[in-house]
Design a protein around this ligand. Structure first.
Ligand code: SF4
Ligand code: SF4
Length: 166
């Protein structure tokens, strides 16, 4: 009995001098793994144009039917993306999403990316629908917000190049 008590005390004392394994979340956040798949972001090019061209391939690839895309035509007077079309509506239902990353794999312009944010909580079902305004990243420094007025004929490809357009 005494021996077991001493062994237990020894285990406790041994752990007193080890660094703590807990972290002070939410003030301190543990870095995620390289392949972690968190909340989606819709990306922009450096000039501020949106990478999404409203093609709906992400929605077609989604096994949970979580994505809704509605596309509209770009014009040189009112351009959102360098492609023929842009997403006028883009929504993800986060309680359907299983964070598989198929949408990211299917996207021809690398517009939708699952990033590091894992802080997703909701008080009602309506809040689980993430809209384009919630998903799209801010305009980068030096870029312009969308819609932009662009020179006629500058963007003439239905699917733009991956790199930043000139
Ligand atoms: S991560 Fe998977 S389940 Fe979630 S929206 Fe993308 S394709 Fe659908
Ligand atoms: S995120 Fe990519 S795959 Fe989805 S509609 Fe936009 S361009 Fe197409």
């Amino acid at each position: 009995m005494i021996g077991e008590l001493l062994r237990g005390m020894a285990t406790t004392i041994k752990h007193l001098f080890k660094p703590p394994v807990t972290i002070a979340y939410p003030e301190v956040k543990r870095p995620v793994r390289y392949r972690f798949k968190g909340r989606h972001e819709l990306k922009r090019y450096d000039n501020g144009l949106e990478k999404c061209i409203g093609c709906s391939l992400c929605a077609a690839a989604c096994p949970a039917d979580a994505i809704f895309v509605e596309a509209a035509e770009n014009t040189d007077e009112r351009r959102f993306s360098p492609g023929e079309r842009y997403a006028s509506t883009y929504e993800i239902n986060m309680i359907r999403c299983i964070f598989c990353g198929y949408c990211e794999d299917a996207c021809p312009t690398e517009a939708i990316v699952l990033e590091d944010n894992y802080e997703l909580s909701y008080y009602d079902r309506a809040s689980t629908i993430y809209t384009k305004d919630m998903l799209i990243v801010p305009v980068p420094e030096g870029g312009k917000p969308t819609p932009q007025k662009t020179p006629p004929g500058l963007y003439n490809r239905p699917i733009p190049d991956m790199e930043d357009p000139k």
